[in-house]
Design a binder for this molecule. Structure first.
Ligand SMILES: [Zn+2]
Length: 203
């Protein structure tokens, strides 16, 4: 278990990496710490999955070295749950940590309650002192609970092996290389329109 001083050190690193302070980052530090401790020693490489992109993915990247770039971190952002898994890539054994909403008493921890139910005062979203005050309050309320806020689950990751390295193919339309999923994948996803995300423009 991380000491208060170690938590504070990680918090400073993560706030810097994330470029702003957010209570979810602080909560995430204890989630990663808890998962790592429960997972114990791994046979292969430790990998991570986050079920939301916000906050948790940055916490995992700074604390574990599992990053988007080295592909040890998978972000399953479409699930959108505030949860993460650390797992052994060798055997798929993993620990999932999520938030037990039933532990958040709306009278004793009103700001954290609103945070997890996304019902904070709209002023908070504008940033400034309101946001800062709300964030501080959430952390204070969270510190009273600590690990008690979390649910720990042992899980087996279904596709836990090293992700395949796809072969490169030249797209006949844009003439750039792209990663080909299978034989039928003839054109890159931008040119086929599946992932068109920009228009040409002159500015
Ligand atoms: Zn193309």
């Amino acid at each position: 278990m991380l000491s208060k001083q170690e938590i504070e050190q990680f918090a400073q690193q993560i706030f810097k990496f994330h470029t702003k302070q957010a209570p979810g980052l602080y909560i995430g530090i204890l989630m990663v710490d808890y998962a790592r401790e429960a997972l114990g020693t791994v046979k292969g490489k430790m990998n991570a999955i986050t079920e939301t992109q916000a906050c948790l993915s940055d916490v995992v990247q700074v604390m574990t070295g599992c990053t988007m770039g080295n592909r040890y971190l998978r972000v399953m952002k479409d699930i959108g749950r505030f949860a993460l898994v650390l797992f052994d890539r060798e055997d798929g054994r993993g620990i999932r940590v999520s938030v037990d909403l039933s532990k958040i008493n709306p009278t004793e921890a009103p700001e954290m309650y609103k945070f997890f139910h996304r019902t904070r005062d709209p002023k908070v979203n504008l940033g400034g002192p309101e946001r800062e005050a709300s964030g501080k309050k959430i952390i204070q309320e969270f510190e009273k609970l600590g690990r008690e806020l979390f649910i720990l689950q042992k899980v087996l990751i279904l596709e836990h092996g090293k992700p395949p390295m796809l072969p490169a193919k030249i797209c006949p339309t844009c003439r750039e290389t792209f990663l080909q999923r299978d034989e039928t994948h003839a054109e890159c996803d931008f040119c086929s329109g599946t992932h068109k995300y920009y228009d040409q423009c002159n500015f």
